[in-house]
Design a binder for this molecule. Structure first.
Ligand code: ARG
Length: 560
C-alpha cells in the first residue's frame, strides 16, 4: 500500500525522496506525507496551497483511487490519505490466503545476514545479560528470515582466554577431577583465585603460564579445558531448550585459536599494528587503542573477534553482521568495526552492534545490579510456576489435562519473560517485576496469548467460517480500526528489522489485541449482524497475532 502512495506522490511532485508516515491519530487517516512542507520550504511557497495542488493531482490518479477513499490537506500542509474499504478488505483476504506467511516479503532476497547472539562464557552461569542477547538475537534472526534474507545464527561462545588459565591452574594445583565439577563450583574457583591472587601476585604468572600451555595445545591443559566446555554446554543446552532457541552454529573463541597468526600478520602488513611495551596494539583516531597481542605473547578477545569476522566473510560473505551484545562492550565493537574497515574488510558490508541494557531485579534476594547471584534457571522455573498458578485459576485451565496444563504453563511462563524483555527497546535498562510480566489486563504475553485463545474459542463455538461470504455492509468503527491495523503489519515487521527494534512489533501486537477485545466487548459476534464477516475478522486476528508472536519466539496455546 505504502509503495502505491509513494509512487503516486513521486509522480505528482517529480521528487524521488518522499516522506510517508503512519498517521498517529485515526482522524488523520492512515498515512501522512510532509512533502508539501518540504517543497514549500525550498521554494518559499505556501505549504497549504502547495499541499492542495498536489492533493488535487492525486485525486485524479486512477491507480491510487482504487486504494484511497479520501485525500485531505491538514494542519500546516500535511497530505493525509484514507484507505478505502475495498483496500482494507483486501488485507483480510490476503491474511486468509497467506496464513502463516502473511507479512513475509522478499525485501531481503539475495542478501545474507550473520547474527552473533547469546554467546555465553563457559565455566560461568548463563547470566541475565546473555538471556537478553539470546531472546533479542533470536527475534532479529526470525524477523530477517521472514523478510527473505539468508540468515545465519552464530554463537560466539566465550571458551578461550587468560581467565581459563586461572581455572586450569586451580584444578591442577588442587588435584580436582574436572569432569565432576559443576558450574557453581567452577565459578567459586574463580572467586577463590581472585582473592588468593590479591595476596600473592605470583599466582597470575601461574595462570598465564597455564593459558599459554592451552594455546600451545598441551594435552593436559586441553583435557581439563574440554571437560569444562562439556559441563558448561550441558547447562547452556538445557536453557536453550527451555527457551525454545536453536542457534545454527557455535564457533567458540577457541575455534579461532589457530587462526591468530594470520590476523596478526595481516595487521602488520597493513601497518596497523604497533609495538607498545612488549605488546602489540592497534591505534585509532578518536578511540583508545586495542590490544592485538599481549606482552606474554598470548592473544586477546579483540584478536579473536577479528579472526571471527574474517572467517564469516570467507564462509558466508554476509552483507550485514549483527552483534547482539551488552552495551558495556560498545567500545570493543567500535574498535573492532573500525579495524575491519582499516583492513579493507568492510567494503559493501555493514557491521552493527545492537547493544542491550541491563536487567535489574528489585526484589528480595534478586537485588544485585549485574545479576551475579541470579540463577537464570530458577527465574525460568519461577515463571512457569506463576503461569501454572494462573491457569489453575482459569475456567478453561481447570478443564485441561495435567500434561496439557504443563505445556500451557511453559508457553505462558517463558512467553511472559521473553515478551517483557521484547516490549522494551533493546537499549533500555529493564527492571524485572513479576507483577508487570504477568499483568493479565495489560501489555504482556499472557494477555496476547489469551486473546489468541479467545479467537479460537469464538471460532470453535461458531463451527464454520465462510470465507466466501464477501458482502459486507456498514463496517462499524471497531471493525474498521482492526482492518486498518492489518494494513500496517508487514511494514511494522520491516521497520522492526531495519531498526533492530522488536519492541515495535510487540507493541503493535498489543494494540491489535486491544482493538479486538474492544470489538469483542462491544459487538455480538455469533448471531450478531454480519456474523460471517465478524468470524472472518476473528480468524484473521488470531492469525496475525500468531504470526507476530511466533516471530517474537512466543508460543500460542490453543486454549488457556
Ligand atoms: N562472550 C562474550 C561475553 O559474554 C560475548 C561475545 C559477543 N560476541 C562477540 N563476537 N564478541 O561478554
Amino acid at each position: 500500500m505504502r509503495s502505491v502512495i509513494i509512487e503516486a506522490l513521486k509522480g505528482a511532485t517529480g521528487r524521488d525522496e518522499i516522506g510517508l508516515e503512519f498517521s498517529q491519530v485515526e482522524f488523520h487517516g492512515d498515512y501522512s506525507s510532509n512533502i508539501a512542507l518540504v517543497l514549500a520550504k525550498e521554494s518559499g511557497g505556501n505549504p497549504k496551497v502547495l499541499g492542495e495542488e498536489i492533493a488535487e493531482k492525486l485525486r485524479k490518479d486512477k491507480e491510487l483511487s482504487g486504494h484511497i477513499s479520501k485525500i485531505e490537506v491538514a494542519g500546516p500542509g500535511f497530505i493525509n490519505f484514507f484507505l478505502s474499504e475495498k483496500a482494507l478488505l483486501a488485507q483480510l483476504a490476503s491474511i486468509e490466503k497467506e496464513k502463516e506467511a502473511y507479512g513475509t516479503s522478499d525485501r531481503g532476497k539475495g542478501k545474507t545476514v550473520v547474527i552473533d547472539y547469546s554467546s555465553p562464557n563457559i565455566a560461568k552461569r548463563f547470566g541475565v545479560g546473555h538471556i537478553r542477547s539470546t531472546i533479542i538475537g533470536q527475534v532479529l534472526y526470525n524477523l530477517h528470515k521472514f523478510l527473505g534474507y539468508k540468515v545465519i545464527g552464530d554463537n560466539h561462545l566465550g571458551d578461550w582466554g587468560t581467565q581459563f588459565g586461572t581455572l586450569l591452574y586451580q584444578i591442577d594445583f588442587k588435584g580436582l577431577d574436572a569432569s565432576k565439577l559443576t558450574i557453581d563450583e567452577l565459578e567459586k574457583l574463580y572467586v577463590e583465585f581472585n582473592s588468593e591472587a590479591e595476596k600473592n601476585e605470583r599466582l597470575w604468572e601461574m595462570a598465564r603460564a597455564w593459558f599459554k600451555k592451552l594455546e600451545e595445545k598441551d594435552p593436559k591443559a586441553r583435557e581439563i579445558w574440554k571437560q569444562i566446555v562439556n559441563i558448561s554446554m550441558a547447562e547452556f543446552s538445557r536453557i536453550y531448550e527451555t527457551l525454545g532457541v536453536k542457534i545454527d552454529y557455535i564457533h567458540g573463541e577457541s575455534f579461532f585459536a589457530d587462526k591468530m597468526s594470520a590476523i596478526i600478520e595481516e595487521a602488520r602488513m597493513r601497518q596497523l599494528s604497533k609495538k607498545s611495551e612488549g605488546a602489540e596494539i592497534v591505534e585509532f583516531k578518536g578511540l583508545p587503542p586495542a590490544m592485538l597481542v599481549k606482552s606474554d605473547g598470548t592473544t586477546t578477545y579483540f584478536t579473536r573477534d577479528l579472526a571471527t569476522i574474517k572467517f564469516r566473510i570467507a564462509e558466508w560473505n554476509p552483507d550485514l553482521i549483527i552483534y547482539e551484545v551488552g552495551s558495556d562492550q560498545t567500545l570493543h565493537f567500535r574498535q573492532l568495526f573500525e579495524t575491519a574497515r582499516l583492513l579493507g574488510w568492510a567494503k559493501g558490508r555493514e557491521f552493527v552492534h545492537v547493544a542491550h541494557g541491563l536487567i535489574r531485579f528489585e526484589h528480595g534476594k534478586m537485588s544485585t545490579r549485574r545479576g551475579e547471584t541470579i540463577r537464570l534457571e530458577e527465574v525460568l522455573d519461577d515463571a512457569r510456576a506463576r503461569a501454572k498458578g494462573i491457569i489453575d485459576k482459569s475456567e478453561t485451565g481447570r478443564g485441561l489435562l495435567q500434561k496439557e496444563k504443563e505445556k500451557v504453563a511453559k508457553a505462558v511462563g517463558i512467553g511472559a519473560v521473553k515478551y517483557f524483555d521484547l516490549k522494551h527497546h533493546p537499549t533500555t535498562d529493564i527492571i524485572f517485576d513479576w507483577e508487570k510480566i504477568f499483568v493479565l489486563q495489560g501489555n504482556s504475553a499472557p494477555y496476547l496469548q489469551y486473546t489468541v485463545a479467545r479467537t479460537n474459542s469464538v471460532l470453535a463455538k461458531a463451527q464454520t467460517v465462510n470465507s466466501k461470504q464477501l458482502t459486507v455492509n456498514n463496517l462499524n468503527d471497531e471493525e474498521k480500526k482492526i482492518l486498518r491495523s492489518f494494513s500496517r503489519f508487514s511494514e511494522i515487521i520491516a521497520t522492526a528489522a531495519k531498526s533492530y527494534s522488536p519492541n515495535l512489533l510487540a507493541n503493535y501486537l498489543f494494540d491489535l489485541a486491544q482493538k479486538y477485545n474492544n470489538f469483542y466487548n462491544q459487538h455480538r459476534i455469533i448471531g450478531g449482524e454480519n456474523e460471517a464477516f465478524k468470524l472472518r475478522l476473528t480468524s484473521a486476528i488470531g492469525q496475525v497475532l500468531k504470526n507476530g508472536l511466533t516471530l517474537l519466539g512466543i508460543e500460542t496455546p490453543e486454549r488457556m
